[in-house]
Write a protein that binds this ligand. Structure first.
Ligand code: SF4
Length: 363
């Protein structure tokens, strides 16, 4: 089915550790289980557009529990997709309705700008209502289990990391191409049909575009794992909407202290948001965590991050300790970020991962 893009992308199919921590992802990738968004479309949701937001959330919380028991029925083959009618309104439709309301008073991310994006107001991320795409292609540079990954880069981000490698995308230096959700359906399906193991939603950050992604996947009709490739700075409301929609949480864990997050990424309350969202990811899907090691941030960031992961998410969780840092964009504004990692720092990061007890990390 897949071209052997990279030897490790083939070898990972037999990697017991990767398969154990991402078991359901592998099953969906191999079409032996259903992606969450497909199941979500089969779960009936009784609501109407006049319902209050509080009422919609109450129903959503109830249906989230029902969703996971329905998923279990599908996974154990007690239920087949064709046995269930498609409801008039589904759990996925309910998520979309809630996302529409959030756009009126935007709080998709921790910044909670509160702007009415439906009225043309733009918040910190400068995202309006028309999803804007930089590129989409079969990405061969991701973790081996994801490659080839059907990656869709959207413009805009909820952070301004001074060292951002995708700064032309995240900060709107590119114009991009506007898509309607309906027009995104075919490219998404094409990525899967052309051999991608997943659809990988990234940017910038996918968070500001959650409403458009929910609308897109209402119409997608191929079984494909959905990967949420994010900076982890999204709100709790977004975390709830992702449950029952996202298969793999590919989450950055950037900082071990709020002071570093504020100074480097302009991200108040990063630690609280990031840890909460990782816990949501663990409860409602499968995690693949990225820890980008930054020069001179091993004690304040790498160490507490790796320890927290081991203690709260499990020592077996798939963690990519990344050494790819290079100074980009405005990294020169942060003195210690003007250089790449040293060999000693790389060795120290591996030592920290081992000392934390992590047994399933890659570099
Ligand atoms: S997604 Fe954008 S507009 Fe919405 S709260 Fe975050 S930064 Fe503000």
């Amino acid at each position: 089915m897949w071209t052997a893009w990279r030897p490790d992308a083939t070898a990972v199919l037999k990697d017991k550790k990767a398969r154990a921590s991402l078991a359901r992802y592998f099953a969906v990738m191999l079409d032996s289980k259903l992606a969450k968004f497909i199941i979500a479309k089969k779960l009936s949701a009784d609501f109407n557009k006049r319902d209050s937001l509080a009422k919609l959330w109450k129903l959503h919380d109830q249906l989230t529990e029902e969703f996971y028991s329905l998923q279990e029925n599908f996974d154990s083959h007690q239920k087949q997709l064709k046995q269930l009618e498609t409801p008039e309104k589904s759990y996925l439709d309910l998520k979309l309705e809630i996302a529409n309301r959030i756009l009126e008073n935007c709080h998709f991310c921790t910044r909670r700008c509160g702007f009415n994006r439906l009225n043309g107001e733009l918040g910190y991320c400068k995202c309006g209502t028309q999803i804007t795409v930089s590129t989409m292609f079969q990405h061969t540079g991701e973790e081996p289990e994801l490659v080839p990954s059907g990656t869709i880069f959207t413009l805009g981000c909820t952070l301004q990391c001074r060292h951002c490698q995708n700064w032309s995308i995240s900060q709107w230096y590119e114009k991009g191409e506007i898509f309607s959700p309906e027009r995104l359906v075919k490219p998404v399906e094409h990525l899967r049909k052309s051999g991608c193991r997943n659809v990988n939603l990234v940017g910038g950050d996918p968070t500001p575009w959650l409403q458009q992604w929910l609308e897109t996947f209402r119409h997608v009709d191929v079984n494909v794992p959905v990967v949420w490739n994010s900076n982890s700075y999204y709100s709790e409301e977004t975390a709830k909407l992702l449950a029952g929609f996202i298969d793999v949480y590919l989450l950055d864990f950037k900082y071990g202290s709020n002071e570093c997050a504020r100074r480097i990424s302009d991200a108040p309350d990063y630690w609280e948001a990031c840890t909460r969202n990782h816990l949501y990811g663990k409860e409602y899907g499968e995690l693949l965590i990225r820890v980008l090691v930054l020069p001179e941030h091993l004690d304040c960031c790498t160490k507490p991050i790796l320890n927290w992961i081991a203690q709260n998410l499990g020592t077996w969780v798939r963690t990519n300790v990344m050494f790819q840092y290079r100074p980009e964009w405005r990294a020169h504004e942060i003195p210690e970020l003007r250089r790449r990692l040293t060999e000693a720092e790389r060795e120290q990061a591996i030592k920290l991962a081992k000392e934390a007890g992590l047994t399933n990390f890659i570099t």
